[in-house]
Design a protein around this ligand. Structure first.
Ligand code: GLN
Length: 548
């Protein structure tokens, strides 16, 4: 039977509960255990698919087309397992199931209540991950202890220990130990209060992960241990890390996996050699490379979390430290004059919805095409590259996506016929993994090293096949198509170092030790541009100073 670990958070949100859960999952995998992991989100939305990225960050897409919380991206990157939509449940989806059962009459006229009906459904969601081939299920409970919405979840995980036996469940609580400047001290009181709140719900934590800016000394750990009834070896410190991938090693040094495995009676030792090698590679990745990401939500980089991680992974492959220049799409036209785009080594145009910022993205795609700047377009990014090429190379005045101009004379990006009639916001997208066949000899095929690839999708609009032959006659290569040849999935230019777009989101499948091929090639091309450009800079300075 699978063992269960529950990760809760206290004091403040954004403490890195998801990274703690992911890191613990990685450590358990390093001990030879088979791990599955999920997130329970207390908000009412049925899934994050329709939520504003400004509020919620990126929507992470699973292989089976689940639109999920961005923590699932951390889980996949750390644990290196593809998860499914079942790894994310919200209050909304839980109520939806219970209410549907109520409408069907499944409750036979009984009163339907939070306890036991909602809590039973929460427990069912937890248990469904405990397949025969799983040794440990990690369940992260979103939100913060003390929130109103979290109560049914705490009640469900409290009951869970009694249901499946004390030795099969471990509670890990992540808290903050803040540094109070004027007194020059780290404070344990917020942790005490948050543990008290958890215990008032009947949950005694087995381990406490103290997040802090500076290391928490043993004397404070002893105080926390004493006040919260957690053995000293269960009080571990997660001090701010240089980079995410260090966190598993830090938590291991603090003894978290040993303590959790002791509680759950799981044997074994962690073999961290592969992860240590990864961290060594990250630490040695210092070649500078500057990539502009032209987006609409750039003031909240979490909105592009998987894109940023995929860029970093690609950097590690090349020994490069990727410096992301977050560029507001609406500002691009102004920034062109300032040389901000000229100074980039590469450009990414990420996915998005809605018209705001489109003109800037089109301008960036055109600037990259004209100036040989490596450019990768992701989903909407590929669509704006197509629009740019149509307008400026094919001369199709007014070319656009029907998403932005339904009356455009040249809808080079359009809805497929079957989608026209459907209006449900949640139900009309092409979601999840789809195959594409790549054109032999193309840049994309060379990047993947294969001719059949599977990438994840999340979009409504497609390259309009009626325009395909016009594009293909002008150096624009449809270098990957759906196996039935109806949908264009990858595009590229013949005579450009790297101007590649994909209708998919390859960033979701990138792993720290296995970068997504197109990101890897983008960074490769960007480094070549950087190498070619930097030696020329002194000459430019000399010209500016009137020296030559
Ligand atoms: N808005 C575009 C579409 O729906 C692109 C979506 C995306 O970039 N994920 O097709």
């Amino acid at each position: 039977m699978a063992k269960h670990i529950f990760v809760t958070g206290g004091v403040a949100s954004s403490l890195g509960k998801g990274l703690t859960a992911s890191s613990l999952g990685r450590l358990l995998k390093c001990r030879g255990l088979r791990v599955s992991i999920q997130k329970l989100d207390p908000y009412i939305n049925v899934d994050p698919g329709t939520m504003n990225p400004f509020e919620h960050g990126e929507v992470f897409v699973t292989e089976d087309g689940g639109e999920t919380d961005l923590d699932l991206g951390h889980y996949e990157r750390f644990i290196d397992e593809n998860l499914s939509r079942d790894s994310n449940a919200t209050t909304g989806s839980i109520y939806q199931t219970v209410l549907a059962a109520e409408r069907r009459g499944d409750f036979l006229g009984r009163t339907v209540q939070v306890i036991p009906h909602i809590t039973d459904e929460i427990k069912r969601r937890i248990t469904r991950l405990a397949a025969d081939d799983v040794d440990v299920v990690i369940t992260e409970v979103g939100g913060t202890v003390g929130d109103i919405e979290i109560l049914p979840f705490l009640e469900a995980i409290r009951q869970f220990r009694n249901d499946i036996g004390r030795n099969n469940v471990c509670y890990v609580h992540v808290t903050l130990v803040p540094f109070i400047g004027p007194s020059g001290e780290q404070k344990t009181k917020p942790t005490q209060h948050s543990v008290t709140e958890l215990r008032s719900r009947g949950i005694q934590p087995d381990a406490i992960v103290c997040r802090s800016e500076a290391p928490v000394p043993d004397s404070l750990k002893a105080k926390i241990s004493n006040l919260s009834d957690v053995p000293l070896q269960g009080v571990v410190n997660a001090v701010d890390a240089k980079h995410l991938y260090e966190i598993p090693l830090m938590l291991h040094d603090e003894g978290l996996d040993d303590e959790v495995c002791r509680i759950l009676g799981l044997p074994g030792e962690a073999d961290l050699s592969a992860w240590q090698a990864l961290v060594a590679r990250v630490d040695a990745s210092t070649r500078p490379v500057r990539i502009g990401v032209i987006g609409k939500y750039v003031s909240l980089p979490d909105a592009y979390l998987s894109v940023a991680e995929a860029l970093r992974h690609a950097g590690y492959h090349h020994g490069a430290a990727v410096d992301v220049d977050w560029i507001q799409a609406e500002d691009v036209e102004g920034l062109l004059a300032d040389g901000r785009l000229r100074d980039l080594d590469g450009i990414v145009i990420p996915g998005g919805f809605g018209e705001r910022g489109i003109a800037g993205k089109v301008a960036a795609a055109g600037y990259a095409r004209d100036h040989d700047i490596p450019c990768l377009g992701l989903c909407l990014g590929m669509q704006v590259m197509t629009v740019e090429f149509a307008r400026n190379v094919l001369g199709l005045t007014g070319a656009n996506s029907s998403e932005f101009d339904p009356r455009s004379p040249h809808k080079v990006i359009d809805l497929m016929d079957a989608q026209r009639e459907v209006v449900d916001m949640g139900g009309t997208m092409r979601l999840g993994v789809y195959p594409a066949t790549l054109v032999p000899g193309s840049k994309v095929a060379a990047a993947y090293g294969r001719e059949l690839v599977y990438e994840r999708h999340r979009h409504r609009y497609e390259f309009n096949p009626r325009y395909r032959s016009r594009f293909e006659g002008s150096g624009f290569v449809c270098s990957g198509v759906s196996p039935d040849n109806r949908l264009v999935e990858f595009i590229e230019l013949d005579d450009h170092p790297f101007w590649v777009g994909t209708q998919a989101h390859p960033e979701f499948k990138s792993r720290p030790d296995r970068p997504a091929p197109l990101f890897r090639e983008l960074i490769g091309a960007a480094l070549e541009r950087a190498d070619g450009r930097r030696p020329r800079l002194p000459q430019l300075d000399a010209v500016a100073l009137g020296g030559t």
